[in-house]
Design a protein around this ligand. Structure first.
Ligand code: HEM
Ligand code: HEM
Length: 174
């Protein structure tokens, strides 16, 4: 089924789907951490997953710069190509900005930062008095809601290409 079309390469596909699962999981975890705080401590895992997303997203961006991407179907109108590029660029910004903002404001908190209890993650030398902490905290929340909207749009576009337009766009990422 996928053999005859040019797809994103294996590394790009693996990173796309791994980051998609972790990022969506972290949005859900972030939103549930307060309602579930008496039941389960979500935050240590949320922070570790978020730092993983940051590392994978930086690797993915580097890989995106050095590797080729498959061509889009020739029939796509210019506005749609532009909209896709704009959405993807913003998604990259959020994939990096969301965890980075979390890392910054959590650095001012009292809890240690570690990666699934395996090793410590260094904290930025920043205290709660620094205005950047409040900006990063606010930004974390705002970016999360922008991410939700963009992901809905992105998934909707992928499904429209596959089921309505019946072109190769989704299969290029499978
Ligand atoms: C994929 C990356 C991430 C996503 C999608 C994400 C998403 C979210 C969301 C949706 C919330 C709930 C928003 C709210 O109600 O305030 C949240 C809260 C939080 N996040 Fe993240 N986050 C990510 C990475 C990180 C990282 C790397 C850290 C720290 C190292 C972090 C620390 C926190 C903390 C401490 C809160 C609780 C804030 C509060 O209760 O005021 N997050 N995150
Ligand atoms: C958190 C969730 C997701 C994020 C952050 C995300 C992010 C991205 C980004 C940044 C690209 C551009 C790839 C590049 O050129 O480097 C992309 C492409 C793509 N994504 Fe996602 N994605 C997510 C979830 C999904 C889901 C659930 C689907 C399918 C229903 C999907 C389908 C696609 C497809 C088909 C492409 C190729 C589009 C093209 O080349 O024009 N994505 N995604």
């Amino acid at each position: 089924m996928n053999t005859s079309i040019a797809r994103y390469n294996t590394v790009a596909r693996a990173l796309h789907w791994t980051i998609a699962v972790l990022l969506i999981g972290n949005i859900v975890g972030g939103l549930l951490h307060e309602p579930l705080e008496d039941v389960v401590q979500i935050m240590p895992v949320h922070k570790a997953i978020g730092m993983t997303v940051l590392a994978l997203s930086l690797a993915r961006l580097a890989w995106r710069i050095v590797s080729r991407t498959p061509p889009l179907p020739a029939h796509m109108p210019k506005w749609e190509v532009g909209a896709a590029h704009a959405t993807h660029t913003l998604l990259y910004v959020l994939m990096i900005g969301l965890p980075l903002s979390g890392w910054i404001f959590s650095s001012a908190g009292k809890y240690p930062l570690n990666w699934f209890g395996l090793f410590d993650i260094p904290k930025f030398a920043i205290t709660k008095e620094n205005p950047l902490v409040g900006i990063a905290h606010e930004g974390h929340e705002v970016m999360a809601f922008i991410a939700i909207a963009l992901i809905v749009l992105h998934i909707g576009a992928a499904l429209r290409h596959h089921f309505v337009l019946k072109d190769t766009v989704l299969r290029r990422m499978l």
